[in-house]
Design a protein around this ligand. Structure first.
Ligand SMILES: Cc1cc2nc3c(=O)[nH]c(=O)nc-3n(C[C@H](O)[C@H](O)[C@H](O)COP(=O)(O)O)c2cc1C
Length: 212
């Protein structure tokens, strides 16, 4: 996108200048609502970075399935590479990029498991096919062929033909508990607005404007 097409004064649910916000969660909620209206596909997609045992970073997209003052929640297979990495180093960074709004949100912090009740509630809300897919996928393990995957899906479809599909013990969620959340808005001529909130003592946030 060229400079002249950039958003100079983005209309916002936050009603004016986002850099005036005093805490990050209400601002995130407002931006996420706007992203859901503006982005046709996966406004909830975020890149989540972890590190392996050698310190080599790894990053992949996941879907944000919940957030509140405690953090950002996503769900995954506990046998996956990301889960092993989070086991070894329970810290992560995440980034959203909402192209239609020319906005980026970044956060980083510690990672904790969601409760079994929380994971059960989310799993129950998924479509039956997605529930079966969770059983059939040994996420991140080598798969010999598409056919082998489809066979596993057929087997679990038969196994759970009646009644509800229970949540597999190897499938649950993580909450990224941020110590920092940064908001970035594109402005004309690359003169972007950028503010970072840092977690202080007793749940307070300090805000710093940064050069873009
Ligand atoms: C838009 C998008 C959304 C995704 N959402 C999830 C998700 O919510 N959970 C998940 O485990 N994988 C999700 N994936 C797949 C991951 O990017 C990744 O391929 C998979 O989790 C294995 O990663 P790992 O080997 O690093 O554990 C998504 C991929 C894309 C492109």
């Amino acid at each position: 996108m060229n400079d002249t097409a950039s958003i100079e004064h983005p209309t916002s649910l936050t009603g004016g200048d986002f850099t005036e916000a005093v805490e990050p969660w209400r601002l995130f909620a407002a931006w996420f609502e706007e992203a859901k209206r503006a982005e046709p596909i996966n406004p909830d997609a975020m890149a989540v970075a972890t590190v392996d045992a050698s310190g080599l970073p790894n990053v992949r997209m996941v879907l944000l399935k919940g957030f509140d003052e405690r953090g950002f929640v996503f769900y995954t297979n506990l046998g996956s590479v990301k889960a092993a990495e989070l086991e070894g180093a329970p810290k992560a960074a995440l980034t959203f990029y909402w192209k239609a709004l020319q906005r980026q949100v970044r956060a980083r912090g510690t990672v904790e498991a969601v409760s079994a009740a929380e994971a059960d509630a989310y799993f129950a809300s998924r479509s039956r096919m997605a529930q079966i897919g969770a059983w059939a996928s040994k996420q991140s393990a080598a798969l010999e062929s598409r056919m082998a995957f489809e066979k596993a899906i057929a087997q679990y479809t038969a196994k759970f033909a009646l009644g509800t599909v229970p949540r597999p013990q190897f499938w649950s969620g993580y909450r990224i508990v941020p110590v920092e959340i940064e908001f970035w808005q594109e402005r004309l001529f690359r003169l972007h607005d950028r503010v970072v909130f840092r977690q202080g003592d007793a749940g307070t946030w300090s805000k710093t404007r940064l050069y873009p």
